[in-house]
Design a protein. Structure first.
Length: 109
């Protein structure tokens, strides 16, 4: 894990609504409308939060065709086990150094 990966994960965890979405998905996959109802959140706002969680690799979304022909979007947790401690942080920084990542620009040098 690089520092960029670590920051992506931390940003994903950094909002109460995203934590609530993760908790709701702990029991299994859920259709977006049902998840929005349970969280009492609009679907556009929920999609914004889920996009951040997907980018971090914490949830996955996929489309399914319903019997009546509608397309439904489902989300579920992706397996993850993240430990935050000094070892995680120093390891991420070491990955950056090994890959010669320019920290200001985020591009390889």
């Amino acid at each position: 894990m690089t520092s960029e990966d670590l920051l992506t994960h931390l940003a994903a965890f950094g909002h109460r609504q995203r934590l609530r979405a993760l908790a709701e998905l702990a029991d299994g996959r859920m259709q977006i409308s049902e998840l929005a109802r349970r969280l009492e959140m609009s679907r556009p706002l929920l999609y914004m939060h889920l996009k951040r969680l997907e980018k971090a690799g914490l949830v996955t979304g996929h489309l399914e065709l319903a019997r009546e022909g509608r397309t439904l979007k489902y989300f579920e947790l992706a397996p993850f086990d993240i430990h935050l401690n000094i070892t995680t942080i120093t390891g991420a920084v070491a990955q950056d150094t090994e890959g010669h990542v320019n920290m200001k620009k985020g591009t390889p040098t």
